[in-house]
Design a protein around this ligand. Sequence first.
Ligand code: NAP
Length: 271
Amino acid sequence: MQSVEAKGFSIPIVGFGTWALRGRDCARLVEQAIRLGYRHIDTAQMYDNEREVGEGVRASGKRSEVMVTTKVAPTMLAPHDLERSVKASLAHLRLDAIDLLLIHWPNPRVPLAETLGALAKMKQEGYAKQIGVSNFTVALLDEADKVSSEPLVCNQIECHPFLDQDKVVAASRAHGMAVVAYSPIARGNASGDALLERIGKTHGKSAAQVCLRWLTQQGIVVIPRTSKVERLAENLGNVDFDLSDAEMKEIAGLARPGGRIVDWSYSPKWD
Ligand SMILES: NC(=O)c1ccc[n+]([C@@H]2O[C@H](COP(=O)([O-])OP(=O)(O)OC[C@H]3O[C@@H](n4cnc5c(N)ncnc54)[C@H](OP(=O)(O)O)[C@@H]3O)[C@@H](O)[C@H]2O)c1
């Protein structure tokens, strides 16, 4: 599995997203994903599936090879709450430590320096091995970089061809952070897109694989989710072919206003 390096930390370039996966299905899919070669699993306190994710990781028998990310909910960003929340996440996961711990969404009502201070403390005390952020804007990245006492290794953001994220991708990289793309197949919308389908045909790949390759070829980590075992291998199989420069450009041309799927107005409501 190829990786993206950030501040000395290695992030497997294809991970498995678990939002909306629940119960036994979730545990089974996580276990199966790891058996098929995934080495990066993404969950969050808000997904209400940390127990099942931990179960799947343990059942795979490959805990030591797998990087597990979880995220602190935006309602839990005051230092005392954050600490409580991380300890609860770890208890649900039943793992030795959280490999990568992220702030899920910024909360403008809690000073960022306080939140990042608490996040750093979680790392220093061994609850998390690495820390980072999610849904951070260019301005928030600049502020975070100034106030964090520990390196922030990634910014997890919505990223796919239908949305122009060039500025925030460049800013994340300027701060030495890896970019992790969530909703990397645009919640399934890559499938059926005429351009992605056409390019896929020339490579013997599906539209979803082309969509993922467009990201991984730029050194962006992807965390596609599926509830179907047969799609696990398909989504993993996006790094064994190359898109031409012309194809990369054509795909970038799919970006359009309104291409965002996850609603940002969601964030400030968390207070
Ligand atoms: N940090 C954040 O704020 C944030 C926000 C959103 C998501 N995330 C993370 O990112 C992960 C991925 O994002 P996402 O779940 O929003 O969307 P996604 O991975 O872009 O898309 C998932 C959807 O695509 C379908 N799909 C999967 N593989 C496919 C394929 N090969 N061909 C056609 N359709 C396919 C799935 O349906 P089937 O189940 O039927 O296969 C599902 O409906 C999440 O699960 C979560 O871990 C983070």
